[in-house]
Design a protein around this ligand. Structure first.
Ligand code: 16G
Ligand code: ZN
Length: 533
């Protein structure tokens, strides 16, 4: 039976602000941290119910607002295989979060128990973590009240990155099985990454020093831990590691700053020498942006599209070398934000699919390939090896030493890559492995293809829900007539491409444009924005 009394008492201590509406979107619940107390309490109960529904398998809860400003916070659920919460439960999350009173909340919980046929006698198990935001501890204690109310067996993973929490969820749920993902501890995570990295770069020249901008977030703590496990295998210099001073998180630094400003974080200017390679993490270390200064000190950005191109080409090459070309099909998944030049480069080499924005869409599409590489231009991405592929890799008998080497590389890649979700630290090591194998510096990597100049603008509109898209967000179907006008404009620009979509995380509409010339891309973006406004 539902512990109605316990829920009542604790729910009364976490009342819902009457004037606010909360929505579980692409990034879970995300808004000002100071408004999220009731949401966290209710998510504690929701996570417990989800676990009961899945026969007591462990569910993850991550408290973070990623690259958003320090005063924001958020929460999202992680399903047992380490993936995003199943889409049908996003609706349940939103319903529970918005019940106006304690009574209405208990009613909503009962309704969910009924409709989802949840067996309340099953155990509930959850593992949870938070990033370094100042609002984190209070939100965690609201979450813990939710666990207490339902009688959840909860494991506190402390302050850690989003990808480590995803790793823990999968490791806990596969423990003791033949699909074990690794030891269910941070030590297990660092050991897995560092051991496979060392094997992959054995015999190669030690990589050049990599500067890591940790965005003054939880990635700083994880990068420091990882550094200890990596030893001298790669020289890392950690910058923006202040996780305690107020106001520093993501402030003029981090992956999102670099991607949107297309420039160096100001406080790295003195650290970076010509030729230097560096990367930026975001506030929960699931996004990665690379960049380097050329010999003249000029900044060049290597975004998620460039990472996808580098990694996909390398994997295709290793599959061929291993003699597995006919059995293993490598494919890439992108969104409409992928630079047109990257799509062209990739399409000449392997199948490429375009899907709607949001990790869940990319992840699911990538699962359809034997090896699916997905990256968003913003730096979030990973590589998925299907179960059948993992089996082929372990069972295949190589017929030459060269095949054997490539096969081992592929097996080690399955260990190095965090297949649950984008992981900035795992992706950073992956990039360094490929660069070491190809003897590439940033210059050679960057020259795989030349980015088309592009511009992203946001437009505040009366009602963003009036904007409806199709074809993986590349065409507007509503408001009527607008797409035709956009198309009219686009055809006047050489290499022109533009699309408009409502944001899933902010109350705005986003306009993207690219063209062969910088000034043209800018002009196209602003003219399309003019149509939207
Ligand atoms: C969220 C998504 C990210 C996407 C971004 C787009 C997840 C875990 N994160 O951060 O993948 O790129 O939203 O934001 O799915 P937008 O809808 O505001 O443009
Ligand atoms: Zn993030």
């Amino acid at each position: 039976e539902l512990p109605v009394r316990a829920i009542q008492v604790l729910a009364d201590a976490h009342p819902k602000p009457s004037h606010l509406y909360f929505q579980y979107g692409t990034a879970g619940f995300r808004t000002l941290g100071s408004t999220l107390d009731s949401v966290l309490f209710r998510v504690g109960i929701l996570a417990g119910l989800r676990s009961k529904r899945l026969d007591g398998r462990t569910i993850g809860v991550m408290v973070t607002a990623s690259h958003n400003p320090e005063q924001d916070n958020g929460v999202k659920l992680v399903d047992p295989r380490g993936e995003m919460l199943e889409a049908s439960w996003e609706v349940h999350a939103t319903a529970l979060a918005n019940a106006p009173s304690t009574d209405a909340f208990i009613e909503a919980v009962s309704a969910l128990v009924q409709s989802a046929r949840i067996d309340l006698s099953k155990p509930a198990r959850v593992v949870y973590a938070r990033d370094t935001r100042p609002s984190g501890p209070a939100l965690i204690s609201a979450l813990e009240d939710g666990f207490k109310a339902l009688g959840v067996e909860a494991r506190d993973a402390g302050v850690t990155t989003t990808p480590i929490l995803h790793y823990l969820v999968k490791a806990i749920n596969t423990k003791g099985t033949n699909e074990s993902y690794g030891d269910d501890s941070e030590d297990g995570y660092y050991t897995k990454l560092s051991a496979s990295f060392k094997k992959l770069i054995a015999g190669k020249a030690t990589p050049d020093t990599v500067v890591i901008d940790c965005a003054n977030g939880v990635g700083a703590i994880a990068a420091k831990n990882l550094q200890a496990y990596l030893g001298t295998s790669i020289p890392l210099v950690l910058e923006n590691t202040d996780t305690t001073s107020r106001g520093k998180l993501n402030d003029s630094c981090g992956a999102d700053y670099v991607k949107t400003m297309q420039r160096l974080p100001p406080n790295l200017v003195d650290v970076m020498k010509p030729g230097q390679r560096a990367c930026s993490l975001d506030g929960d270390a699931d996004r990665l942006m690379y960049y380097y200064l050329d010999e003249r000190g000029q900044f060049h950005m290597l975004d998620g599209d460039k990472i996808a191109a580098l990694v996909a080409a390398f994997i295709v090459e290793q599959v061929k070398l291993a003699g597995l070309e006919s059995e293993i099909k490598v494919g890439v998944v992108q969104t409409a934000y992928a630079n047109g030049a990257s799509t062209k480069y990739l399409e000449e080499r392997l199948p490429v699919k375009c899907v709607s924005t949001g990790v869940k869409h990319l992840h699911h599409a990538a699962e359809h390939y034997s090896i699916g590489v997905y990256f968003e231009a913003n730096g979030h991405g990973t590589v998925l090896f299907s179960p059948a592929t993992q089996e082929i890799l372990t069972k295949h008998e190589p017929s030459t030493p060269a095949q054997s080497t490539a096969l081992n590389h592929l097996i080690n890649l399955t260990q190095l890559i965090n297949q649950t979700v984008g992981d900035a630290l795992s992706d950073m090591l992956l990039v360094e492995v490929v660069l070491a194998h190809k003897s590439y510096s940033g210059v050679e990597w960057n020259s795989l293809y030349a980015d088309l100049p592009n511009r992203l603008v946001k437009v505040v509109v009366g009602d963003r829900n009036a904007f409806k898209t199709e074809d993986a967000e590349r065409r507007l179907v509503n408001p009527p007539g607008l797409q035709e006008k956009i198309h009219e404009l686009v055809r006047r620009y050489e290499g022109g491409r533009s699309f408009v979509r409502p944001s899933g995380t902010e109350d705005v509409v986003r306009v993207y444009a690219e063209a062969v010339l910088r000034a043209q891309a800018d002009e196209l973006a602003f003219r399309v924005a003019g149509l939207v406004y």
